[in-house]
Design a protein around this ligand. Structure first.
Ligand code: ADE
Length: 251
């Protein structure tokens, strides 16, 4: 349980007097390194083949970790964060391929929800539906997402910001043909990446608030590979550290 002040803001103390612990999950090494550079006292705690970095950032108790790549790896990371590190909320930063028209390289997407574009248990369940959940998407936490949205506006004032659905799958989408097919099948999806829906589902299962921001590194088309590599070297880490810093300063 978390205390709220009169204006609906989360206090940093939980009802059992333990301080709120925030997980910062990065998709790329470059992003994690930039977040660790902001932490004065991080201690490495290895678990499940991952390095979890426990420490502080702007007065918050923080656990920073790489998601690793793909849905299963990201689900394991999220589960370990909740079960072993007892985090109270998870914030994910990473890059994504732009899918919808107008979602271009350098733009930022704050996710309202996630679905899996490669999940298909039809005809037993409708295409995309997560079996036994009765839904094909998981919403992010409204309040945390609003805080993250506000942090992006502070950290990257000139950036074009989109809010909406992000599609995850265990594929790096790197052909114009596949990107067009995904756009046609999922016109609501703003961007495509490889982890978010898994973390969203784990957070749904445990009732842990989750928010995610993705900077667009490529258009998931025939040029995606080169654009992606250039982008993560030049921009991704700066974006992610600036967003995390603004997010934790803001609450
Ligand atoms: N992350 C960044 N770009 C991506 C793409 N094109 N496909 C999947 N994940 C991505």
């Amino acid at each position: 349980m978390v205390w709220e002040d009169g204006e609906g803001n989360l206090s940093s103390y939980l009802m059992d007097n333990r301080r709120m612990r925030t997980a910062i999950v990065s998709a790329m090494h470059e992003e994690l390194a930039a977040v660790l550079a902001l932490m004065p006292d991080e201690q490495k705690q290895p678990l499940a083949g991952r390095d979890f970095w426990v420490g502080h950032l702007h007065g918050h108790d923080v656990v920073a970790v790489l998601s690793r790549i793909g849905k299963v790896a990201a689900a394991t990371t999220a589960t370990a964060l909740i079960e072993r590190f007892e985090v109270d909320r998870i914030v994910f930063t990473g890059v994504a391929g732009g899918l919808a028209p107008g979602v271009e390289v350098g733009h930022v997407v704050v996710a309202d929800g996630f679905m899996q574009h490669d999940l298909d248990a039809s005809p037993i369940f409708p295409k995309y539906q997560v079996p036994l959940y009765g839904t094909d998407r998981f919403a992010t936490d409204a309040k945390l997402t609003q805080q993250l949205d506000a942090a992006v506006r502070v950290a990257l004032p000139g950036s074009r910001l989109h809010r909406g659905l992000v599609a995850s799958g265990d594929r790096f989408v790197s052909t114009t043909g596949e990107s067009r097919a995904l756009q046609a099948a999922l016109p609501e999806a703003l961007a495509v990446e490889m982890e978010g829906a898994a973390v969203a589902q784990v957070c749904h299962d445990y009732g842990v608030p989750f928010a995610a921001v993705r900077t667009i590194s490529d258009r998931a088309d025939d040029e995606a590979h080169g654009d992606f590599l250039r982008f993560i070297q030049e921009v991704a880490s700066r974006h992610s550290a600036a967003i995390v810093e603004a997010f934790l300063r803001g609450g």
